[in-house]
Design a protein around this ligand. Structure first.
Ligand code: GDP
Length: 294
């Protein structure tokens, strides 16, 4: 599982052979390799710094230095700490308490909001629920047609309203959902290339109106460090419940996962692993530890 980091670490551990024990220098070299690897994966610098301090402290303890397989022990510590950073062993879960339940998707343009609205709808439909999709991204008109098409492809109705005023669309969609007995409503909202006040105000207004069970920010794993700043801003304004990190089928190693979790202290609930409506997975930290190390 840890093949490539193991290769990198073998250099740091090379003096070990025959000696039986790790020296402090071995550990320091290995910690440096881990640090470089995490920075290359786009993990936020401050997060990396705290992380390597913790690893160093643990690795310099007796357990590792006196272990018969200290290199394995070291890797175990790195892996466990990484998993902890991503949320430990907590089970990914949506807290839907109302009926209908409301999930509001927010995020920058191009992050994958519209696609993931449809993926979530399909996810709920498979569980026997009756989802309604709401096209409230009036800033990017093509998003409405895109959602209508996606809805058709998975057999889930899409509420479009007047296609102009997002708050009105959501208001009408709420009545519609109650009348037609939908049990879960997924709102696709407007994003921008960069955060702006008008967009945030609209999102805050929709939040007040709906009081969603879950506000999830959709974050593109490919955008690296910038994701941290936008996640922080969205969280400050909207008090997010969690994240969906998308495009993890691409080259991105996923350092974003660690950064946004650490900076906002909110969980990653799903990951997007492709463009198709079925390419959605619940997020399990242990599956991503090795990928992030590279
Ligand atoms: P929005 O502007 O946030 O609504 O973003 P879209 O849902 O329109 O997605 C932007 C682009 O990213 C589209 O071309 C999607 O097909 C693509 N996309 C979304 N999610 C994923 C994913 O998990 N993996 C890949 N490879 N592409 C994705």
């Amino acid at each position: 599982m840890f093949d490539s980091i193991q290769k990198k670490l073998s250099k740091a551990f090379k003096n070990l052979k025959g000696q039986g024990k790790l020296s402090e220098k071995n550990i320091k070299d290995a910690v440096r390799e881990v640090k470089m690897s995490l920075l290359e994966a786009d993990v936020n610098y401050k997060v990396v710094k705290d992380f390597v301090e913790r690893v160093k402290e643990k690795a310099l303890g007796k357990e590792v230095l006196e272990s018969l397989t200290p290199d394995q022990e070291f890797i175990r510590i790195v892996r466990d700490e990484l998993i902890e950073l991503m949320g430990g062993n907590e089970k990914p879960k949506l807290n839907i308490s109302k009926r209908p339940g409301y999930i509001m998707l927010v995020g920058l343009q191009g992050s994958g909001k519209t696609t993931h609205a449809a993926k979530l709808a399909k996810y709920f439909k498979k569980q026997g629920k009756s989802p309604l999709l709401v096209a409230a991204d009036t800033y990017r008109p093509a998003a409405i047609d895109q959602l209508v098409q996606l809805g058709e492809s998975i057999g889930v109705p899409v509420f479009t309203g007047d296609r102009k005023n997002a708050v009105n669309i959501v208001k009408e969609a709420m009545d519609y959902a109650e009348k037609l007995l939908h049990d879960i409503v997924i709102l696709d909202t407007a994003g921008r290339l960069h955060i702006d006040e008008e967009m945030m105000n609209e999102l805050v207004e929709i939040k007040k109106l709906v009081e969603p069970d879950e506000i999830l920010m959709v974050v593109d794993a490919m955008i690296g460090q910038d994701a941290v700043n936008s996640a922080k801003e969205f969280n400050d304004r909207l008090e997010l419940d969690g994240f969906i990190v998308t495009k993890l089928d691409g080259d991105a190693r996923g350092g974003v996962i660690i950064s946004i979790r650490q900076i906002t202290n909110k969980p990653i609930k799903f990951v997007g692993v492709g463009e198709k409506v079925d390419d959605l997975e619940l997020f399990y930290p242990d599956r991503y530890a090795s990928r992030i190390l590279g």
